[in-house]
Write a protein that binds this ligand. Structure first.
Ligand code: ZN
Length: 163
């Protein structure tokens, strides 16, 4: 067990035990979107508000599930709150690329090279903590659940798609 893995586990447990931006927003004006991961029984509810300037002005999360899904929602909300929709899309791409790289590595036993590469401009910071879940492939869906719900929410809001 490397020091980095310990650190990552600490970050995940911290967000699980003390979830950030937890709660609800009045709908409307906020938009509500749900995500469900039947593989694990995880449930995520997101409340989003995008303001006139294209910023994700407010984010709140609710729901229940395993430590991976709930910590991922907490970390995601912290990372995207106040960002422009464009920045949110870029972060989502980077996070999902991180997950899919590992997913295809697992499938191909480390030989995969034609997988999406994370945008080097995007600093995932603490979000990278979830790369540890790749040792448990079934948990990848737990980690990406809140991000998929976020993308769905932005799409439903008619927020501009990524370039
Ligand atoms: Zn889960």
């Amino acid at each position: 067990m490397s020091g980095l893995e310990d650190l990552y586990r600490e970050i995940i447990l911290d967000h699980y035990r003390n979830p950030r931006l937890r709660g609800e927003l009045p709908v409307p004006p906020a938009h509500r979107v749900e995500g469900f991961n039947p593989l694990c029984g995880d449930e995520i509810v997101l409340y989003l508000t995008v303001d006139d300037t294209g910023h994700l002005a407010e984010v709140k999360t609710a729901g229940q599930g395993c430590s991976i899904s709930q910590s991922s929602a907490s970390m995601m909300a912290t990372a995207v709150a106040g960002c422009t929709v464009e920045e949110v899309r870029a972060l989502t791409r980077a996070f999902k690329a991180l997950m899919s790289i590992h997913e295809s590595k697992l499938e191909r036993d480390g030989s995969g090279t034609d997988t999406p590469t994370p945008d080097p401009e995007v600093d995932l910071g603490d979000l990278a903590a979830h790369q540890g879940v790749v040792r448990f492939p079934v948990r990848i869906k737990c980690a990406t659940l809140s991000w998929n719900a976020l993308t769905q929410g932005l799409d439903e809001l008619g927020a501009p798609p990524s370039r």
